[in-house]
Every structure is written in C-alpha cells, then in structure tokens.
Design a binder for this molecule. Structure first.
Ligand code: GCU
Length: 129
C-alpha cells in the first residue's frame, strides 16, 4: 500500500512528552502530552510500498485559548512551518487538521514538533490516506 493507515501517537517515538489517558475522547490507549517547550515532538515511522502523494490527518486536542503551532517534518524536510493547531474548547474535544504529504517507497518519518514554549497540542493519532 501507499502508507495508508492509522498510526497512534502513543506508538510514536516521543521526544520530551508523555503518554497519558486522563482526558476522554482519544482513540487507541491514550494520547501524547508534549512538554510545554519548543522542540518537543512525536515522530511516526511509516512504511510505504511506493512513492506516493497522500493526505496526512493529525487528530489533536488543544484545551487552551491559544494556538499551539507545530512544524511538520517528513523525511527530514520541513513541509509545514508554524502549522496552526487552534483551540478545541477543552482537552476532551478532538479535531483533525489535514495537509498533503509525499511519501517515498520504503521507510518514511513524519515528525510533529512544537515551535513555541507552550509546546504542542495533545496528539491522538495520524491517519494517512
Ligand atoms: C493540561 C492538560 C494536559 C495538556 C497541558 C498543556 O495540563 O491536562 O493534557 O497537555 O495542559 O498545556 O499542554
């Protein structure tokens, strides 16, 4: 396949963050609470049988009143800078933001990295389709 699938945040490689389940509405067994610092990230490793364009959906919650921007890095290339993750009313309310990505044949990495001292939103999962 072309990397299509659902990839939980709690199964990603996490740098400066923790898996938690103290809010509702997540899929899988929990979500990732990234540290409230710039540079905290989750990184997924995705296999794709072919080089292909796809859509990346990131499901997140942001229970604050402030944006929690992140950069999105695919295979080491920053494809989105300061991508907006606007408030979702509370930490139990999840929404999805989508962007186009390009996968290569073989192993791909997708990293969502916090860009401000507030850190990122809570991350539930990504879906590639
Ligand atoms: C609260 C919330 C966490 C969230 C954090 C944040 O502590 O319970 O789930 O990650 O705020 O501001 O990032």
């Amino acid at each position: 396949s072309g990397g299509s699938g659902v990839y939980q945040a709690e199964e990603a490689r996490i740098s400066q963050g923790v898996v938690e389940n103290n809010h509702t509405g997540y899929s899988g067994t929990g979500f990732v609470n990234l540290a409230n610092i710039a540079g905290s990230y989750a990184e997924w490793t995705i296999q794709s049988g072919t080089a292909v364009g796809a859509t990346l959906d990131l499901r997140y919650a942001n229970g604050t009143t402030m944006d929690r921007p992140m950069d999105i890095i695919v295979n080491g290339t920053r494809i989105a800078t300061g991508r907006s993750f606007p408030p979702t009313a509370n930490w139990d309310t999840w929404t999805t933001t989508s962007l186009p990505i390009t996968l290569k044949a073989g192993t791909n990495t997708i990293r969502a990295i916090s860009t401000t001292g507030d850190g990122g939103p809570n991350l539930d999962k990504i879906t590639i389709h």
